[in-house]
Design a binder for this molecule. Structure first.
Ligand code: 1PR
Length: 553
């Protein structure tokens, strides 16, 4: 019934589905939650966003008595849309969680991406899809990219060919969408894929209208779509796009207002007058502006989070709640993510702190200071994970793709690499005394304290502990506008398999192509040039495409 604007959501409580809810609401639908097995029997349209690990999902569904009713729903031919793990669970099983069995509806098993190919794993970011046939779900997507984040994938085979609706290339071909009758599922996240994703969700929710609207759009482009943005056709090379991320450093100013600020080498106070905290705008407004301008992701860093108890002082949670209603690309939040005790003596585990952020709309949390302690502890134990760190605990519950480690390093020059226990590189920019080598010292508390560990060693340790991505800042280059520290980004991206986000120092579009051409960075982040409107995000993307670097336009 196309007039029935209600959709049932199967949220089994293992992670954040807030953005799916927000996207459904944005398209004018109300949500009914599955509380008990009989809610599946009475559902007319079902969305199943899989979150957490494969094994955990199956365990919870089994405990709640939902496996049988879910299979019955799917077999009944009523409209079904699985998202991410919600696609993988339809297959027979997964290598994840020790070869756990799935729902067994589609032939084939889900396996991990090959980590020996030199491609970053998880597969994170915006990639193309190649439909195998026409469908209400994907018609009209064309070469607009969608957002993926996963380490495991199903592969097409003759046995599942009648199910495969689209495939994507990432070190080989994997299944990015399936469909048979009114049962569909996608490996990517439509709720995080900007206007393209909202169009795909619209194609599921009201296929007749979606098809009609797309037909009209093709006949009279440009025309309104289901979303606020009109889609643009991409040019330039296909494949996983290099991401361009807008970063908002957030803190309270001296008047107590939460503001987006921006430092020079981490000093966020005005150079003149009363040394006020620089105020570059309001967090939610700026995030919405960056979404509209085409940012591939938005990051909020609560830069004084290390000294606040984020469970007591919660303006960032409100920022996330409001931002996630406006921003349909991934949101990362950092600052103060660690195990905490509040002023009344109540303790929270790091996973509980992270849960609060995920519930409020974050897709990833970023860990700074606590990751340095974690890495130092890891090496002190002889390189053995013991499950005690925030990185391990959060990634065990929410998956490694939800855990970013933010590094705040500072360059240290040395004459003789053998004189320090850290990984050094021969630098093309010798030090003040002609030193030919350098390493990058990690700091905590926003650069206020140095620690005896290098960025390369830290990156290796946090990867081993279960981080899914590295946000690599550079105190020396922050706010300077002379480009990223290519030697630092090169050294860290060579040391790990997980994606590295280059950060600090972008001053013009050429700095982005430079970092992508000369290092293995998967993404590049900037703050000051975007806040001050010196360079536009679209301008950066166009430049990348002209340079033959895959970018989402
Ligand atoms: O240690 O877990 O509480 O996390 C604190 C977080 O806050 C860390 O991610 C840390 O990087 C960040 N942070 C702390 N102090 C500052 C500061 O600036 N005083 N900001 C800070 C880090 C660096 C980037 C910046 C880029 C790009 N800012 O986020 O946006 O350098 O800037 P540019 O394009 O203008 O050069 P915890």
């Amino acid at each position: 019934n196309s007039l029935n604007r209600e959709v049932t959501l199967l949220d089994y409580g293992a992670g954040n589905v807030r953005s799916v809810r927000n996207a459904i609401k944005k398209l004018g639908y109300t949500i009914r939650d599955v509380e008990k097995p009989s809610d599946l029997a009475s559902a007319e349209k079902l969305i199943f966003p899989g979150v957490g690990s494969y094994g955990q999902a199956i365990r919870i569904l089994t405990q709640k008595g939902l496996v049988g009713p879910l299979k019955d729903y799917i077999a009944s031919g009523r409209p079904f849309l699985g998202i991410c793990l919600g696609l993988q669970l339809l297959f027979e099983g997964s290598e994840e969680s020790g070869g756990c069995e799935g729902l067994g509806i589609i032939p084939g098993a889900v396996t991990q991406f090959d980590t020996t190919l030199g491609l970053p794993v998880p597969h994170i970011g915006w990639n193309n899809i190649a439909p195998t046939r026409g469908s209400a779900l994907l018609d009209g997507v064309g070469d607009r990219r969608v957002y993926f984040v996963h380490s495991y994938r199903a592969t097409p085979s003759p046995a599942n060919a009648d199910w495969v609706l689209a495939t994507t290339q990432y070190g080989g071909e994997f299944v990015s969408a399936v469909n048979r009758g009114s049962v569909s599922a996608v490996q990517f996240h439509p709720e995080k894929s900007g206007s393209t994703g909202l169009d795909i969700l619209a194609g599921f929710l009201h296929p007749d209208q979606a098809v009609a609207a797309r037909g009209a759009e093709r006949a009279a482009a440009p025309s309104p779509t289901f979303s606020s943005l009109s889609p643009t056709s991409t040019s330039g090379p296909h494949g996983l796009a290099k991401r361009v991320i807008a970063c908002l450093d957030v803190r309270s100013n001296d008047q107590g207002d939460l503001v987006v600020t921006k430092g020079d080498q981490y000093d966020v106070r005005e150079k003149e007058g009363g040394r006020d905290v620089r105020n570059l705008g309001k967090p939610v407004e700026l995030a919405a502006r960056y979404f509209d301008e085409g940012a591939d992701e938005v990051a909020f860093l609560n830069i004084t989070g290390f000294r606040d108890c984020v469970m007591e002082d919660t303006p960032m949670l409100e920022v996330l709640r409001r931002a996630s209603e406006r921003v349909f690309v991934p949101l990362t939040v950092g600052g103060g993510i660690k195990a905490l005790t509040d002023s009344s003596g109540r303790s929270f585990s790091a996973a509980e702190v992270a849960a609060e952020y995920f519930r409020s709309g974050a897709d990833k949390v970023s860990i700074g200071s606590d990751a340095v302690d974690a890495a130092q502890g890891y090496y002190a134990r002889g390189g053995v994970p013991d499950g005690s760190t925030a990185i391990e605990q959060i990634s065990a519950v929410y998956g490694k793709q939800a855990v970013v480690v933010s590094i705040d390093p500072r360059r240290v020059y040395v004459t003789d690499p053998a004189a320090v226990p850290h990984a050094t590189v021969r630098t093309s920019k010798p030090g003040p005394n002609g030193e030919q080598y350098c390493w990058w010292q990690c700091t905590v508390k926003g650069g206020r304290e140095g620690r005896d560990i290098g960025a390369v060693e830290l990156a290796r340790a946090v990867e081993a502990l279960g981080a899914g991505e590295i946000l690599l800042n550079c105190i020396d280059n922050d706010g300077v506008g002379k480009g990223f520290d290519l030697e630092l980004v090169g050294a860290v991206s060579k040391a790990v398999t997980i994606p590295v986000i280059a950060s600090s120092g972008a001053g013009c579009p050429e700095h982005f192509s430079e970092v992508f051409h000369s290092t293995g960075a998967a993404a590049a982040l900037a703050a000051g040039i975007f806040h001050r409107r010196e360079v536009g995000i679209e301008q950066v993307k166009k430049h990348l495409a002209e340079q033959n670097i895959p970018a989402r336009l």
